[in-house]
Design a protein around this ligand. Sequence first.
Ligand code: C2E
Ligand code: CA
Ligand code: CA
Length: 531
Amino acid sequence: MDRRRSRIIAVAVCLGLLGAAIPIAAMAYISWVIAVEREQDRLELFSRVTLLRATNTLADAKGALDAIAATSEIPCSEAHIARMRALSVNTRSIEEMGYFEDGLLKCTSWGRTDGEVAKSPVDYVMPDGIEMTIRMQPLVSGGKPMMALHSGSYNVLVAPSRFVDVLIDDGMSVALATGQGAIINTLNAPDAALVRSLVSQPRKGMTDSDLFAAAHGDGLLAVAIEPRSKIGASLRTEQMLLLPVGVFIAAFIVAVVIWLSRKRLSPLAELEIAVRNREFVVHYQPIVELKTGICIGAEALVRWRRPDGSLVRPDLFIPLAEESGLIMPITDQVIEAVILDLNGTLVQDRTLHIAINLCAADIKSGRILDALEDRLANTGIRTQQIWLEATERGFMDIDAARVTLAKARERGHSVAIDDFGTGYSSLQYLQGLPLDALKIDKSFIDTIGRDTATSSVTSHIIDMTKSLGLFSVAEGVETEDQADYLKTHGVDFGQGWLFSKALPAAEFVAYHRRTKEKYGAAPEIIQAAAE
Ligand code: C2E
Ligand code: CA
Ligand code: CA
C-alpha cells in the first residue's frame, strides 16, 4: 500500500471518528442544555408564584394600615381598639395591629398596653416607605415571631409563613428576601449565601451544586433552588429524543466519509490523480530492420510511475483510461514526453521514428492530429518522424477513422495497424483504409517454428501485407529463429526482446547510437523517406 492510500485511509478514519463523535456529543450537550433550561423555567415559575404570594400578602397588610390611618377615633379609645381588632380579624394576612406614640406602643388590637414597649428596630424600608422589621417577638400576644410592618403611627404583625405560603416540589427550596437580600422566610432551607448573591444577579443560573431562578418585584426577591441532580429525569427524556438523532447524523456522516474515501481510493480516482500529477513516463522499445539490425525507431510505451517509484504496466490502466476518457490526456503526456526526451536525437537523425499508440477516441475524433501539430511546432521534429499506431478497436466508426487516418498521412505521419491479425480485418476492408504499415501481432510470431495450426496463418498474414503494398513490423520477436524466418519471408522490421526491451529514454538513445556505430546508417527505404 503506498503513502497516498494510507494517508487517505488515515484521514478517512479520523474524519469518520470525528463525524461519529461530534453529532453524538452535540446532541448530548443540546439535551443537557434543554434539560437545564426546562428546569430553570420551572424554578422561575415557582419564584414568580412565591413573589406574587408575598406581594399579595403585603398589599393586604398595607390595605389594613391605610384603613386604620384613615379613622378619626380617639387613639386607644374603646372604639379605636375595636376598629383595630376588626381590621386584624378581617384582614387575612395580619395577626395583630398596634398604635404608637413617641416611639412607644400605646395600644394594640388586643387592648391598651403599659406603654413601655418601644417600636422595633427597622430592618428594611420598602420602596413605598413602609418600614419592615423582619423578626420580632409580639410582646402583647406572646405568640410566634412575626414580621412587623410600620407606617405612620401604626404597625401590623404578619406571620412570616404567609409570605412563602406556596406548594413546592420535592427537593426544591424557596426563599423570600428583601430587595437587599435579608431573608424574610424560607421553605426547605435554601442556601442563604446563594439567596443573598441573587440580589443583583440574573434571573436564572446554576452553581456547582444547584440550579436557581429568582424573581424581583415590589422591593422583594423570591428565589427557587433545586439540586442539579434534579436535571437527571428531564435530561433522560431529552436524550431519548435527541441521541437517536445524533446517532442517525453520525451514521450518515460515517457513510458519506466511507463513500467518499472509497471513491478516492478507487482505481479511477487514482488514475485521475496520476494524470493531474503527470505521473506517466515513456519507455522506448527499439524497432530494427530485420535485414541489417539497424535501429530505425522505437515505439513509445507508456508507464505509470507511482509516487513510491514502482512502475505500473499499461495493460493494467489503459483499459480503464480508455473507458473513462483519461486516455486522451495520457496520450498528450506521452507526446510531450517524446518531445522532451528525444527532441535533440530526432532532429539530429532524421531517419529515426517514434511510433505513438492512439486510442479509439482519438482516432474517431481526430483530435490527436491537432494536439500533435501544436506540440511539434517549433521543435524541429518532422511529422514524418512520428508514426501512429491504431488498433482495429479504433475503427468501430470506420468512416471517421478513414478521415483521421487520411488526414494524418496528409500531414506526413505514417500510419500502422497495431495487433494486426487479432481483429476481424478482412483484405477488402483494409484495402479501403489509408495505411502505411501493419504490425503483426506477437501471437503469430509466437507460432513460428512450432507446428501449430496458426503457423500457416502467419505466412498468410505476411503475404497479405505484401499484396496490400504495406511495410510490415513483426511484434514480440524473441528468438533468432523467429527473426530468421521473418527475414526470409520478407518482413521489413522487427520489435521484440531479441533486440531490446522497452528502455528509458537515455538508454534508448544509447542503444540507438550503439547500433548505428555497429551496423551503419539507416536502410534505403528509410533514407528515401527522410529526404
Ligand atoms: P502494444 O502496442 O502491442 O505494445 C507492445 C507490447 O508488447 C508492449 O507491452 C511491449 O513491451 C510488449 N513486448 C514487446 N516485445 C516483446 C517481446 O519480445 N516479448 C513479450 N512478451 N512482450 C513484448 P506494454 O509496454 O506492456 O504495452 C502493452 C500495451 O499497452 C500496448 O500494446 C498498447 O496497447 C498499450 N499501450 C502502451 N503504451 C500506450 C500508449 O502510450 N497509448 C495507448 N493508447 N496505449 C498504450
Ligand atoms: Ca502498439
Ligand atoms: Ca501491438
